[in-house]
Design a protein around this ligand. Structure first.
Ligand code: PXP
Length: 239
């Protein structure tokens, strides 16, 4: 209906795998199934502490993903080296703190333009398109343009976490305005973080947004949808 590109973030399949150090569920296989279901892109975050996606997942997904591979990563020398070696289709630069539960807040592009400009150039030289995961704020959009980014991904966390209708409306308007400004500046605009089946509708209806990256709610829905079949299969083996 809206024609957005859907990036499916499979990090949390890896979270479940890593909780027991098993081989399953393999996020590489989950990515294949997501593509089979029609996902337009696979998104993964290789964190410094490798708490979910690990280097082997990235390497294998580079070989197996048939759509687009979007690597979310911190703007560090280590990560730039890995990205240049592996060659995802896109890198989304995100802020990263070890102690955070998930990516909290957008990247402060305006506060580190010189450093980020060099990183963007290095990635682009390797044929990788670069997106900046930022708050929906004019200052950050202008700075993203300034450092030569190809795209921005607007952080929808505050919209998703809003507890009153007024607050949600304000956050929504900020995203709408930011998307407009991004397109005006020639940037491709994506959005993501915290989007679920109940709150995605208005964001998907924003014309200027081309892409949505969604993970946690999809993996959670997959568990709810699949639990009965999984129990039935186990009962067949045990009853
Ligand atoms: N986009 C970016 C840049 C992210 O860091 C994340 C979380 O890894 C997502 C999208 C997906 O967020 P969620 O798992 O809340 O759907």
């Amino acid at each position: 209906m809206f024609g957005k590109r859907l990036g499916v973030n499979v990090d949390h399949a890896a979270t479940i795998r890593n909780a027991r150090d098993t081989m399953y569920p393999d996020p590489v296989f989950v990515a294949m199934l997501a593509e089979r279901a029609g996902a337009h892109q696979i998104t993964i975050h290789l964190r410094e502490d490798r708490r979910h996606i690990v280097d082997r997942d990235l390497q294998l997904m580079r070989e197996t993903v048939q759509t687009l591979l979007n690597l979310e990563m911190a703007a560090t020398d280590e990560m730039v080296g890995i990205a240049v070696e592996i060659g995802p289709d896109r890198v989304t630069l995100v802020p990263e703190r070890r102690e955070e539960r998930t990516t909290e807040g957008g990247l402060d592009v305006a506060g580190q333009q010189v450093r980020l400009k060099a990183i963007v150039a290095a990635l682009q030289k390797a044929g990788i398109a670069v997106s900046m995961f930022i708050e929906p704020a004019a200052k950050q959009i202008r700075a993203s343009h300034e450092v030569g980014a190809d795209a921005i991904e607007l952080h929808t966390g505050r919209y998703c976490d809003a507890t009153t209708e007024d607050e949600r409306n304000l956050e929504f308007e900020a995203i709408e305005e930011a998307a407009r400004l991004g397109v005006e500046m020639g940037l491709e605009v994506a959005a993501g973080h915290g989007l679920d089946y109940s709150n995605v509708g208005p964001i998907a209806a924003i014309e200027e947004i081309e892409e949505l990256n969604i993970g946690h709610s999809i993996i959670a829905r997959a568990i709810l949808r699949g639990i009965e079949e999984a129990v039935e299969e186990m009962l067949q083996l045990t009853s």
